[in-house]
Design a protein around this ligand. Structure first.
Ligand code: MN
Length: 305
């Protein structure tokens, strides 16, 4: 079967019912991003950008121990265009600065939602204090695509602090869900998004089950950061695994075999071509070439100083 047909098949709405588990996707082995982030690539736009639309990329830096140091680790100034980057910190502290003049520090439970859109230059480093003391860093970075009509919008930045992110308990002591973006059982997350997406930080308790309500027609997947879960009563998933569901249906079933931490993603697919190269994700090759030219001529902002 051609890939196109398979994805269209998955896009069919079925109304109520469990979303079918399509497969459990595995993350790559670990590699370094700059000298600060020891990540597994969960997925990227080249392999799963269409299937997981509007999500383009997900990197997971599992807990990594850093010794005290004097030089901040991370990634120096680099550009992005055409999408949003979402950084969720679980442990440790990060500092960010960008060409819009925004910046700040985020720690455990905090989220940075950066809209690169028309173009931004930013740097991503361990925070100075965290560098001095050393410690454990655990974080994820998610890239969310923008529809063509917003790809050249003005860049922006939202800091979503832990205290602003509403949480709610699941029934039957099954665990807890923090709503970073979208909505869960009547609680709305603080992130402003361009298309409908849900980003939930879910913690499940061992030996408990939960059925999470997810929108019919949405792309749906979750990353297991920690623990072991049984998905829809069918297949187990462990750290680094990403169960991917069919778009039809309005809930997913998760049974926690151990305490588990999950990042649940759902989103309305954007039915447009995904053409990406490095830090730029647009709709055509010509737009990628334009992005390189604009960056080289300083049109995404230049110095951060
Ligand atoms: Mn970046």
């Amino acid at each position: 079967m051609k890939e196109t047909t398979k994805i269209e098949e998955m896009g069919r709405r079925t109304g109520s019912g469990l979303k079918k588990l399509v497969r459990v996707h595995k993350s790559s082995a670990k590699h370094w991003v700059g000298d600060g982030f020891h990540v597994r690539s969960v997925f990227g736009y080249n392999d799963l950008g269409r299937e997981l639309s509007p999500f383009l990329l997900l990197d997971y830096a599992a807990p990594t121990e850093f010794p005290p140091g004097s030089q901040r680790r991370g990634v120096g100034a680099h550009p992005h265009r055409g999408f949003e980057t979402v950084t969720v910190v679980y442990q440790g502290e990060l500092e960010h600065r960008d060409s819009t003049g925004a910046g700040g520090k985020i720690g455990p439970g905090d989220v940075q939602w950066m809209t690169a859109a028309g173009g931004i230059v930013h740097e991503e480093f361990h925070a100075s204090e965290f560098t001095r003391t050393g410690g454990t860093l655990e974080m994820v970075q998610l890239w969310v695509n923008l529809p063509a009509k917003h790809k050249r919008a003005k860049a922006g930045y939202q800091t979503l602090l832990n205290a602003q992110i509403p949480g709610m308990a699941l029934s039957n002591y099954a665990g807890h869900v923090r709503v970073i973006a979208g909505e869960f059982n009547g609680q709305t997350g603080p992130a402003r998004t361009f298309t409908p997406v849900n980003v939930w930080d879910a913690r499940l308790n061992a030996a408990r089950s939960a059925e999470l309500p997810v929108p019919d027609g949405h792309t749906t997947a979750f990353l297991v950061l920690r623990g072991r879960v049984l998905v829809n009563g069918e297949e187990e998933a462990v750290e680094g695994d990403l169960p991917i569901f069919a778009r039809g249906g309005d809930r997913i079933g998760i049974e926690a075999k151990t305490d588990a931490t999950l990042l649940v993603l759902t989103g309305e697919p954007i039915a447009e071509p995904v053409v990406g190269y490095g830090p730029f994700v647009m709709n055509s090759r010509a737009e990628i070439e334009q992005a390189y030219e604009d960056f080289q001529h300083g049109r995404m902002g230049q110095s951060l100083d």
